[in-house]
Design a protein. Structure first.
Length: 101
């Protein structure tokens, strides 16, 4: 899992590897548990999370039980959820903003 955040010391947006996990079965329940554990292990509050970016399989983006949907519904109702087209736009804007910093 990668995290992107503003580092005050560097005065810049930084992307770091938070960690990797192995799940026996890549279903929504196991992936949500793994994500929440990584965040808890590093004392990263869900209140600080703005969005989750992922690829588009239904296990990740499904409207009923996808990982992003479950985390938003059960742990972080403030999350911004983008469609894949929106995600491409956000990625483009993010790169443009980073270039301007």
């Amino acid at each position: 899992m990668l995290v992107k955040y503003f580092d005050k010391e560097q005065g810049d947006i930084v992307q770091d590897l938070l960690g990797s996990v192995v799940v026996n079965k890549a279903n929504s329940d196991n992936l949500v548990a793994a994500i929440l554990k990584l965040l808890r292990d590093d004392d990263l509050p869900l209140d600080n999370m703005i969005q989750i970016m992922s690829d588009s399989p239904s296990v990740m983006r499904g409207a009923v039980n996808g990982v992003v949907t479950v985390i938003k519904r059960t742990h972080a109702p403030h999350l911004i959820i983008f469609t894949s087209v929106d995600a491409l736009y956000v990625h483009t804007v993010s790169n443009a903003v980073k270039g301007a910093l």
